[in-house]
Write a protein that binds this ligand. Structure first.
Ligand SMILES: Nc1ncnc2c1ncn2[C@@H]1O[C@H](COP(=O)(O)OP(=O)(O)OP(=O)(O)O)[C@@H](O)[C@H]1O
Length: 259
């Protein structure tokens, strides 16, 4: 793989809540165009906080987030753990939301909505309501909504954590296909070593109290990744490596906590 251009840089990021909860301390992270990065770490290490800072949903207490080429409208798509769909609106109307908030009519962007639904395999469900869909399908709608503006960066906060394992594997496979088609950059928050190894090319392991980057694991396995990769010795070895890094991060926490 060739040298990738930088997309964004987070430098010396601190985030303190309510004057005394230090969620992040001196977090440094460079994201390159085309990266699939997983943020992996124990509960409370600040993964969601880091993602929300990148999304601009909150501001850091200190430090800088710099975007190469600036951040334009529609450059970011965000997917949360819950699909957060409007139950009274159809699939099509739900996916319309980011454009609607920008003042565009449904007719004007119907082509883009259908493109996004096709990307997630739901092109025949545009008139359905969320209650008529399975958990996995609702999550696909949520992903289509994040894709509809054709963002450069997709931020995903444990999007598949609430799904059963078979559905989760399927959506992991589909997400990689999608990323291959769109050539977008993804930052993916997860608790799962297995999921992080399957999906990403870089795993950023975070430690808690205060939240910071503890280690980085490069997943040197080629894409496309298939079921054969999931059952390979290489995958098992990479999972062991990521798991060791995670335990290292948790021990750092323990040492600090008991110091
Ligand atoms: N709005 C908030 N107000 C006060 N404290 C907060 C707020 N959001 C997060 N925190 C605290 O900041 C720390 C980091 O939280 P964050 O949700 O980012 O961690 P996380 O790694 O995503 O956790 P999890 O894996 O459990 O979702 C935690 O101690 C949390 O309690």
């Amino acid at each position: 793989m060739g040298q990738r251009n930088q997309l964004l840089t987070m430098s010396n990021i601190d985030k303190v809540f309510n004057g005394n909860v230090q969620a992040l301390k001196d977090l440094n992270l460079t994201v390159n165009q085309g990266d699939f990065i997983s943020l992996l770490g124990p509960s409370g290490c600040g993964k969601s906080t880091a993602l929300r800072l990148i999304a601009g949903l909150m501001r850091q207490t200190s430090g800088q987030i710099a975007w190469n080429g600036g951040l334009n409208d529609g450059d970011l798509g965000v997917v949360f753990q819950e699909p957060t769909l409007m139950p009274w609106a159809t699939v099509e109307q739900n996916v319309w939301l980011p454009h609607r908030l920008r003042g565009k009519s449904l007719t004007e962007v119907r082509g883009e909505i259908m493109w996004a639904l096709k990307m997630v395999g739901l092109e025949n469900f545009q008139r359905s309501y969320p209650r008529e869909l399975s958990g996995g399908m609702k999550m696909r709608v949520s992903i289509a909504r994040a894709l509809v503006t054709q963002p450069r960066l997709i931020l995903m906060d444990e999007p598949f954590a609430a799904l059963d394992e078979i559905t989760r594997h399927k959506l992991n496979n589909d997400l990689l296909k999608l990323r291959d088609k769109l050539k977008c950059t993804v930052i993916f928050v997860t608790h799962s070593v297995f999921e992080s190894v399957f999906l990403s090319d870089r795993i950023v392991v975070m430690a808690a109290r205060p939240g910071r980057v503890s280690a980085e694991v490069n997943v040197d396995a080629p894409y496309p990744r298939t079921e054969a990769f999931r059952t390979s010795a290489d995958y098992a070895e990479l999972c062991r490596k990521a798991s060791d890094a995670l335990h290292g991060a948790m021990n750092q926490h323990g040492e600090r906590a008991s110091a």
